[in-house]
Design a protein around this ligand. Structure first.
Ligand code: ZN
Length: 187
């Protein structure tokens, strides 16, 4: 089942999402639906608040990049993150151009650490603590922000924020056209 994506300006995107347990109803089905929703919208990550569920659940899926040949493989690297926590930020911070399914039409360079130590539970509720970097670390940090009521534009300089203010207002007013279904939740 494909969910509509909650748009910027909806209060659910500003709420602290709640941890879940393995007894969460129909968790496997929900995770499968989140992957389907993400791929249908051509996204590489999706956090549960973006489908109007204020819980700490994230799906990530991106094509594997081969630096040597500068090409993307047909293989998709997938990660399901439940109750994720960043234990440590490592290495240097890098800029990367980010976008967000909840903020269509806005793409900005965002500064984040390239490497983090991440603790999370997978879809079978096995606990993992891993040092991750590159695309996985980038998308994980963007999505974990969603669980904490933040969006990537919060991390921009005040100058950039001013420059994109009109675009953000257009998104919040539902004036952006998207190839996928969006909704605005006012509760
Ligand atoms: Zn996002």
């Amino acid at each position: 089942m494909i969910y509509p994506i909650v748009g910027y300006g909806s209060p659910v995107l500003r709420k602290e999402a709640q941890p879940i347990t393995k007894d969460y109803p129909e968790l496997k089905k929900l995770i499968a639906d989140m992957y389907e929703t993400m791929y249908a919208a051509d996204g590489v990550g999706l956090a549960a608040p973006q489908i109007d569920l204020s819980i700490r659940l994230i799906v990530i899926g991106f094509p594997i990049y081969d630096e040597k040949t500068d090409t993307y493989s047909d293989t998709i690297e997938e990660h399901t993150l439940i109750n994720p926590e960043i234990l440590e930020e490592k290495g240097s911070k890098k800029y990367f151009n980010e976008g967000c399914l909840s903020i269509p039409g806005v793409h900005e360079d965002v500064l984040r650490p390239d490497t983090i130590v991440l603790k999370y539970y997978d879809a079978d509720f096995n606990e993992h603590t891993e040092e991750i970097s590159g695309m996985f670390a980038r998308v994980a940090q963007h999505e974990i922000d969603h669980l904490d009521g933040k969006v990537f534009t919060d991390r921009l300089s005040s100058l950039r924020k001013t420059m994109i203010k009109r675009k953000l207002n257009d998104v919040a007013d539902g004036r952006m056209r998207t190839a996928y279904k969006m909704k605005y939740v006012k509760h």
